[in-house]
Design a protein around this ligand. Structure first.
Ligand SMILES: Cc1cc2nc3c(=O)[nH]c(=O)nc-3n(C[C@H](O)[C@H](O)[C@H](O)COP(=O)(O)OP(=O)(O)OC[C@H]3O[C@@H](n4cnc5c(N)ncnc54)[C@H](O)[C@@H]3O)c2cc1C
Length: 292
C-alpha cells in the first residue's frame, strides 16, 4: 500500500489518483459488509479512501470507528469527513484532535446538510455557518493537515447562481483548502466547464471529479433531485431498458466511460462514491487496470 504519502503529497506527484468514499454503516452486520467491500478494493491500491460524517447515519463515534477500521484492517490512507452541523467550535476542535490522535492527517471540511426532517441549515451558537470557517479552524490549529472541500459542477442547490457558487468556493479554498472533490455528475462537460470557471476565479488546487456508479434507478433519481445533478436522458433510458438486474452494469459502464473522458481531458484522478459496495467499483477498476 502507498502508506507513506498524504493526500496532498499524492496530488503533488502529478499522477492521476483515485479515491473511494464510504459511509459509516448503521450496525455491525452492515459494518462487516462495508469491510468486505473495502477489502475487495485493496488490490487496486486506492490513493486514499474517505468516510462521511453526519450524512447517512455517521456520527462522531461511528465516523471515527470506521475510519480506524479502514486504516487498521485495510491499510488505507483515510480521510474522515467533518461537518459543522450541530457543533460549537470547541467541539469541532475536539473531534479534530481525536482524528489527529488516531493518526489521520487529512480531513474533508464541510458545512453539512440539514439533519433529517429539517429544511434549512441552522447555525448553532458558537458554531459555524459555512465550511470556509471550518477550513480556517483546521488550517490554524492543524497546519500540516491535508484539507479537502466540496465543489459543485452544477452549482450547490442553495446558490443563487453558478458564478456566486464559484466565488464562494474560491474564498473557501483561500482559507486553506488543498483540493476540491466534486459533487457527483453524469455529464463530463459540467466538470470541464466548472474547472474552467474555477481557474478563472483563481482556484489553483486540484479538482477531483466525484462519480457515482448507479446502483438503482429509484435511488439515483432521488439523489439527483436532492443534489441537483442532472440525469442525462440517454443514461436514464439505458437504465430503464436494463431493468432491475442490468442497472448496475449500465451504471458501471457509464462511470467507466466518464472516467476515461475525464482522465483524457486532464482531470487529476477520480473519486468514486461506492456506497459501501464493491461490485460496480471493482468492475470499473478492473477495466481501467486492463487499459493501463
Ligand atoms: C465530496 C463531498 C463530500 C460530502 N460529504 C458529506 C458528509 O460527509 N456529510 C454530510 O452531511 N454532507 C456531505 N456532503 C454534502 C454537503 O454537506 C452539502 O452539499 C452541504 O449542503 C454543503 O456543504 P459545503 O461544505 O459545500 O458548504 P459550504 O461551502 O458552506 O456551501 C454551502 C452553500 O453556501 C454558500 N456559501 C459558502 N460559503 C459561504 C459564505 N461564506 N457566505 C455565504 N454563503 C456561502 C455556497 O455557495 C453554497 O451554496 C458532501 C458533498 C460533497 C460534494
Amino acid at each position: 500500500m502507498n502508506e507513506t504519502k498524504t493526500v496532498v503529497e499524492r496530488f503533488a506527484l502529478g499522477k492521476p489518483l483515485f479515491s473511494v468514499e464510504f459511509f459509516p454503516p448503521r450496525d455491525d452486520a452492515a459494518g462487516e459488509r462495508m469491510l468486505r467491500a473495502a477489502q475487495a478494493l485493496q488490490s487496486y491500491e486506492p490513493d486514499f479512501v474517505s468516510i462521511t460524517y453526519g450524512a447517512g447515519g455517521g456520527t462522531r463515534a461511528t465516523t471515527l470507528k470506521y475510519a480506524r477500521m479502514l486504516k487498521e484492517q485495510c491499510g488505507f490512507e483515510v480521510m474522515p469527513h467533518l461537518t459543522c452541523v450541530g457543533h460549537k467550535e470547541a467541539e469541532l476542535m475536539d473531534i479534530l484532535q481525536d482524528f489527529e490522535s488516531a493518526g489521520f492527517r487529512n480531513v474533508m471540511a464541510l458545512r453539512g446538510d440539514p439533519p433529517k426532517g429539517e429544511t434549512s441549515f441552522q447555525t448553532v451558537a458558537g458554531g459555524f455557518s459555512h465550511a470556509d470557517e471550518l477550513v480556517r479552524l483546521i488550517r490554524r490549529n492543524l497546519p500540516s493537515f491535508g484539507i479537502g472541500v466540496a465543489g459543485y459542477p452544477e452549482k450547490h442547490p442553495e446558490s443563487p447562481d453558478a458564478g456566486d457558487d464559484v466565488q464562494r468556493l474560491a474564498h473557501k479554498v483561500s482559507c486553506g483548502a488543498d483540493f476540491v472533490t466534486t459533487q457527483l455528475f453524469f455529464d463530463n462537460e459540467f466538470y470541464f466547464d466548472f474547472v474552467r470557471r474555477c481557474r478563472q476565479a483563481g482556484i489553483e488546487v486540484p479538482i477531483l471529479p466525484g462519480l457515482l456508479p448507479v446502483l438503482s434507478l429509484a435511488q439515483i433519481r432521488r439523489f439527483s433531485s436532492m443534489c441537483g445533478a442532472a440525469l442525462p436522458p440517454e443514461l436514464e433510458k439505458r437504465l430503464e431498458e436494463a431493468g432491475k438486474d442490468g442497472v448496475q452494469e449500465v451504471g458501471a459502464d457509464w462511470a467507466y466511460e466518464q472516467i476515461k473522458g475525464l482522465l483524457d481531458g486532464g482531470a487529476p484522478g477520480f473519486h468514486l462514491y461506492a456506497l459501501n459496495q464493491s461490485k460496480a467499483t471493482t468492475s470499473i477498476l478492473e477495466r481501467l487496470r486492463d487499459r493501463g
